[in-house]
Each structure stands twice: as C-alpha cells, then as structure tokens.
Design a protein around this ligand. Structure first.
Ligand code: ATP
Ligand code: MG
Length: 546
C-alpha cells in the first residue's frame, strides 16, 4: 500500500536522500546511474522512504511512481505475476487520474477499470492487459512473468514519461517458484531487462547479504549504487519519541533526560514501539525507570519481539531448529561473533550439516552480523524462556536489572600495546579511577602492583600476534570489576607455578608476586577462555564506597 505513508512533517532527517531519489530519472536518462539499493538496518525506514518518495512523485506529476512490496507477496510465479501486473495498472491509472483510491482498492478487478482506462485514452494499456490475459489463458508461465515485470517499461515507452520502480524487500524475489518452493531458480533475473531500461530507475531494498549473490550472478548490479540509511541523530531520536508520546497523550516526568533511548540507536521502528509500549502499559507520566520497564515488555512481548520472532521464523522449519538457532545466536552474542568449526554442532545440538545450513541462512539474513542491543536483548529474553525455562516475568526482570545497574555504573576502557612500560600506564589509570570512587589508598597501591603483574604476564606469555592488551574498568556503587583480555596462548591460574617466598628471595626474583597478591586483595579472580582470547576478571566488593 504506497499511500499509507506517515505525514511528511513527521518524517525526520531524510531530506538529502529524498532529494537525490527525486532526481533519479534524470540520472538514468543521462546514463549517470539511476538504480539505487537502499541499505539500512531493519526498521531504519527504508520502506517509509520509498513511500514518502512515492507520494511526492505522485503529486508532482513528472515521473510515475510504482511501489511493490515482496514482503507480503505470494511467491508462486503466476500469483505474483497477476499481483504485480494488476498492482502496476491500478497505480498507473491512479497516477493519471490523481486519485489515490484507485491504487488503494486492491479488491477491484481490472475488468472494472476498463471504462476508466478507455475514457483516459490509454488504449495501449488495454492492449497490454489483453496480452497479459492471453498469457494467463494459455497458462504460459514464463510470458506471464515477463509481461508483468516489463509492464512499467512498456508504460514508460508508450507515454515517454519515466516510471520509477520501487521494489521493497526485493531479495524475496529470489524465492519465486513455479509450482512448489525451490523448483525454479533465477526468476529474479527477469528483472534485469527492466532495470537496464533508461526510462525506469529502480529503488530496491532487501537484506544486503541476500542481494549480493543475486547481483553478482545476474549482472543486475550495472548501474546500481548503494544508499545507506543511518540512524536518526540523538536529538531527533528524542524528538521523535516525544512526538509519539504526545500523540498518545503521555508526558515525561520533570527532569527526565531520556538517556535510555541511546540504546535504540536512532531506529525509528524501535522508537515508535517503545512509545506504544508505554501506552499499552497505561503510563501517563513517564520516568527513566518506566522506560526500562516498557523496554523489557517490548523485547519480551511487544511489537519488537513479534517483529523479530517473525523474521526468525523464516529461517527455521521446526522447534528443534528454532532452539538450535537460539543457542547459536546466544553463543554468538556472548562470544562477540561466531567461529567456524565443528564445535558449533555441540552448541546447536543439531548435526554438523544441519548446523551449517542454519548458520549459512543466518549469515545471509544478516542477523548474525547485526550489532543491535535491542535484537540481542530479544534473543536473550527468548533464550531465557525457551532454553532456560524461565517464565516471562523472570526474564523481563533480568533485562531490567541489567539496565538499572548499567545506569549506576561507569566504564573505562583502555588498550595498551605489548611493549615495555605500557603496564605503567595501566597503573596510572587505575590510580585515578580508584581516586574517583574513593578507594582506600593502601588497597589502591596493592591493586596497581597486582595489575602491573597481570599485564606483564599477558605481554610476556601470550605469544599474541595482536600485541595488545584490552582492559575494562567497571565501577558500580557496590563493586569494582576489572577485565584484562588478550589473544594468544591459553593461560590458567593453575598454570602459574607458585614459587615459595623464601625461594623467590634466594633467587632474587622480583616478579611472580602478582597473582598471589591479586588473590589476596580481590574478592574474586576468574580466568575464562573466549575463542582465542584469555579473559581475566577481577572483582572487588566495596562497602559504603570505601
Ligand atoms: N525518518 C523517519 N522519521 C520518522 N519515522 C520514521 C522514519 N523512518 C521510518 N519511520 C517509521 O519507523 C517505522 C519503521 O520504518 P520502516 O518500516 O520503513 O523500516 P524498514 O527499514 O523498511 O524496516 P524493515 O527492515 O523491517 O523492512 C515505521 O513506522 C515508519 O513510519
Ligand atoms: Mg521495510
């Protein structure tokens, strides 16, 4: 439905993109380009941009807009051809008559539009419809498709007016089939002719991972350029959220900064859903804590959860695969990615071949690569429910606790090279961090010594090619956590040979005290191996800030 765009004044921050797209037909006429692949995270506004463009072109009258969404399309070839063809004819007449209701009325058969088409003198369109019907009557699968796909080109040639073709979620077209799913490959390449036509610029969207092979295999790429839709800037994201709240008659409590919205990374879809969640949860005046509560609802039961669940359902065929996918995704989140190898079937619980197929599907979908905190929380929530067997409120509580805690913590990250004296920089840094949180001076002294030792250990024994040590200091009102991580040779606490103090004195050893000291002064010392990295986690509980 191209006409259900949001009001132009509510559409934020996409003016340069819209202006560029408006000029596409001129670029194409001059062979300077003309086909655009709109790339952007899910929910970033690709469809909305197409619809806004549609509305502008519709009323400007210089270029005919045609919009088709593959998301909801029936991909059986003959159904698709009929749907695409009638969709185009309706939208074309709608444009000529400047009557949006014609495009919106999807239930009206083409036959009923014939008198209107005649009255407009579009006899070539009547021929076109009859030709298409002829292919249908003859049950000619291939020509039905070709006739449907080339209808915009035909119209542009007959009238001399460019037709801009917007193909939303175009990657789905790779699954067009004849009588059963997967029985016909490459039907998507039939769009090649239309895309090459000088009078028909194309604006397409879809998962980049899925479209890449399509482009390279079928040389559709030709003139296609990529236009990336980034997130809304912070201030506009807040403005959008406030506008949604106002529409829903919800106000913000005095002094609320809406800092929590940073998590949504300027994604208009998430922003809208969070505002709607506040409404569903009957909030009248919203606080930062309410936001966290509404968010936990969103990622467990809200529209965001529903959206991602429906995306996931495309990649799994049964409950076993669904569980396996969740385990793989959770594994990827916890380990900052997924490594190749046979071990993954141990994670998924499926056989190697099935695990690989699932992984390939996830990689193509782009889900695996996405660094999206909201998606991660959705996965975590689902994992807690489906794999750990927790109930919804328990899962939501965990998500909320994480963000309530995060609001109270501050985090410093430091990367040092594996070179001499680099560890002294760490000692200086921890000194200041400790002072910031009023750590006991004596403890701080010991902590500096201990950290120097941990860093030197990483530098000397890891054999890492990366030659870097990553440190993270997380301070909370009740706790200090220090994470030291480096790649290279595994290391465990047991592997550190304890040399008795007398022996050290006798040998004149100045080093090797560190871990003993670390154990003594910290409340917990853990060593983990994550892929090829060793992570040492040191924790100190703090009483009353002392
Ligand atoms: N620039 C914007 N300003 C305000 N609202 C927007 C903007 N862009 C998108 N929206 C709104 O955000 C929501 C998501 O947008 P849209 O459906 O276009 O995203 P998408 O990128 O097409 O997502 P998907 O990947 O699921 O296809 C819609 O409700 C849309 O109206
Ligand atoms: Mg979309």
């Amino acid at each position: 439905m191209p006409f259900n765009a949001i009001p132009a004044e509510d559409f934020l921050n996409r003016e340069p993109e819209l202006n560029y797209l408006k000029g596409l037909s001129k670029l194409k006429a001059n062979a300077l380009g003309g086909d655009v692949f709109l790339d952007g995270a899910r929910g970033m506004g690709k469809t909305e941009l197409q619809k806004q463009l549609y509305r502008i072109l519709f009323w400007e009258n210089n270029v005919v807009p045609f919009y088709y969404s593959f998301k909801t399309a029936n991909l059986k070839g003959t159904y698709f051809a009929q749907d695409y063809f009638t969709g185009f004819v309706r939208q074309y007449i709608s444009f000529v008559k400047k009557d949006p209701s014609i495009a919106n009325n999807v239930a009206e058969p083409l036959q009923r539009l014939m008198p209107t088409i005649s009255s407009l003198g579009l006899y070539w369109l009547i021929d076109c419809i009859e030709d298409f019907q002829g292919h249908v009557n003859k049950n000619d699968f291939y020509w039905q498709l070709v006739a449907a796909i080339s209808a915009p080109v035909m119209a542009a040639q007959k009238m001399g007016k460019p037709v801009i073709v917007m193909l939303d979620d175009f990657d789905e077209a790779a699954h067009l089939y004849e009588s059963s799913l997967g029985d016909a490959h490459g039907l998507i390449s039939l769009f090649g002719e239309s895309m090459r036509n000088r009078l028909c610029p194309h604006v397409i969207t879809g998962s980049a991972g899925a479209l890449e092979p399509i482009f390279t295999d079928h040389s559709l790429i030709g003139m296609t350029e990529r236009m990336r839709l980034g997130p809304l800037p912070e201030d506009l994201a807040i403005a959008l959220f406030r506008a949604h709240l106002t529409n829903l008659k919800i106000t913000c409590a005095p002094g609320v900064q809406l800092e929590f919205l940073d998590l949504l990374r300027g994604n208009p879809f998430y922003i809208k859903n969070l505002a709607k969640a506040a409404w569903k949860m009957q909030k009248n005046v919203i606080t930062e804590k309410d936001l966290i509560e509404c968010y936990s609802f969103e990622v467990s039961d809200g529209e965001t959860a529903f959206y991602w669940a429906s995306v996931f359902s495309r990649y799994v065929k049964n409950p076993a695969q669904s569980k396996a996918m969740l385990k793989l995704l959770m594994h990827a989140i916890e380990n900052g990615g997924i490594e190749d190898g046979k071990r993954l079937s141990m994670v998924s619980g499926l056989g190697e071949a099935e695990t690989e197929t699932l992984l390939n599907a996830l990689t193509t979908s782009g889900i695996m690569r996405v660094k999206d905190a909201v998606l991660h929380d959705f996965i975590h929530c689902l994992y807690m429910k489906e794999i750990e067997g927790r109930n919804v409120s328990d899962a939501r509580e965990k998500i909320e606790a994480k963000y309530i805690q995060e609001r109270e913590e501050s985090c410093f990250e430091l990367v040092i090279p594996m070179s001499s004296n680099a560890e002294l920089v760490v000692a200086k840094a921890v000194e200041q961090i400790g002072k910031n949180i009023n750590l006991d001076a004596e403890f701080l002294n010991y902590l500096q010594l201990a950290l120097i030792e941990v860093c030197i250990n990483a530098i000397e024994h890891s054999g890492s090619y990366e030659k870097k040590v990553f440190l993270k200091f997380i301070t909370r009102p009740d706790k200090l956590e220090i994470i030291v991580e480096n790649s290279g040779r595994p290391f465990s606490l047991e592997s550190i040979k304890e040399v008795p103090v007398e022996e050290k004195m006798r040998l004149g050893m100045k080093r090797g005290w560190g871990y003993k000291l670390v154990h003594k002064i910290m409340d917990s010392v853990k060593v983990e191996r994550v892929n090829d990295r060793t992570r040492v986690i040191l924790t100190k509980n703090i009483d009353n800030g002392s």
